[in-house]
Design a binder for this molecule. Structure first.
Ligand SMILES: C[S@@+](CC[C@H](N)C(=O)[O-])C[C@H]1O[C@@H](n2cnc3c(N)ncnc32)[C@H](O)[C@@H]1O
Length: 305
């Protein structure tokens, strides 16, 4: 496997203590990690629910799942991991005889493994093919294919909507102009194009000038927001009474979807959940210092009635 991320070199899972305080893993409990990634949260849930708590883990990314399998192997029959899309989590878990669950966790977005692995094309920090697919075996198009075909108008909309990028028009125009002679096919080429499209004085201070463009493309390539809406609606159906759902999101579009889904459940007649977080929970300064990626994390949780 390419890249310099090893299981030992991984980051600490984001908002781990806070997620455990919500899920309260206990022996005999059954838990679903809908985004198992490298298995950081899953490992802690399994450790806390020893000796007989069980965990079912899903991830779209086969490579991450292979690493999680190594990491969690010592829990033996207490854990089962399956490659799949959390938008179909009910069917996937039911097929394996796992439903319902006492706790469900979503830790959204990309893993450090995906970001740090140049060949996956998620990051402008490392040059690699412009790919960004979480499931490389699926039928989704890579970011390069998407950019080769999309109309300028659609690209503007995509950058505005998924990237909340105020320079969307200039960036889209630059990409469309450039692709007439040379199609951007690497992350470094795209990052350079974005940098030349946005006036230097307008570059953001805290993030790279291409951050929003990369976020927008990743969301589009993986159809992330639609999958999230579906995944949440699936999840609430498979919680036991008193079971808890905990969602960690990393940008405002995701958080809005989570907030609205939770509110809808809380206000339905009869209410399906009781909200455990009126406002989202964020990381402590200490966590941000140790792991800057945690900066934008927000956790929301609810309990099934
Ligand atoms: C932030 S990482 C999870 C990290 C994990 N909690 C840990 O501690 O190692 C997010 C993971 O969600 C996965 N993912 C994103 N969308 C998904 C979907 N629709 N279905 C299943 N997995 C998804 C990604 O492949 C990625 O591995």
């Amino acid at each position: 496997m390419e890249g310099d991320v090893t299981i030992e070199g991984r980051h600490r899972p984001v908002l781990l203590e806070e997620a455990l305080a919500i899920l309260q893993p206990r022996t005999g409990g059954r838990y679903l990690d809908a985004t198992v990634g490298l298995g950081g949260h899953a490992e802690a849930i399994l450790a806390e629910s020893a000796p007989a708590g069980r965990l079912f883990g899903i991830d779209r990314d086969a490579e991450a799942l292979a690493l999680a399998r190594d990491r969690l192997g010592h829990f033996g029959g207490r854990v089962e991991l399956v490659q799949g899309d959390f938008a179909r989590l009910g069917a996937i878990a039911a097929e394996s005889g796992w439903t319902p669950f006492d706790g469900i966790l979503f830790d959204l977005g990309v893993s450090s493994f995906q970001l740090d692995n140049a060949s996956r094309g998620f990051s402008f920090m490392r040059d690699g093919p412009l790919d960004m697919r979480m499931d490389r075996g699926g039928d989704e198009r890579s970011a390069a294919e998407l950019l080769a075909r999309i109309s300028e108008r659609e690209l503007v909309r995509l950058l505005q909507e998924y990237g909340e990028e105020r320079w969307a028009k200039r960036i889209a125009a630059r990409i469309v102009q450039e692709r007439q002679t040379q199609m951007p096919t690497s992350t470094a080429q795209l990052a350079r194009l974005v940098a030349t499209a946005v006036p230097r004085r307008a570059w953001p201070r805290r993030i790279h000038v291409a951050t929003r463009t990369f976020q927008a493309l990743r969301i589009a390539v993986n159809n992330e927001l639609v999958r999230l809406m579906r995944g949440l609606q699936e999840a609430v159906q498979w919680l036991t009474a008193g079971g808890r759902i905990c969602v960690i999101s990393f940008h405002s579009l995701e958080d809005r979807i989570v907030k609205e889904a939770f509110r809808g459940w809380a206000r339905s007649e009869p209410p399906r959940v009781h909200l455990l977080t009126k406002r989202p929970v964020g990381p402590t300064e200490r966590e941000i210092d140790a792991n800057p990626r945690a900066r934008s994390a927000k956790l929301r949780a609810a309990e099934r009635r």
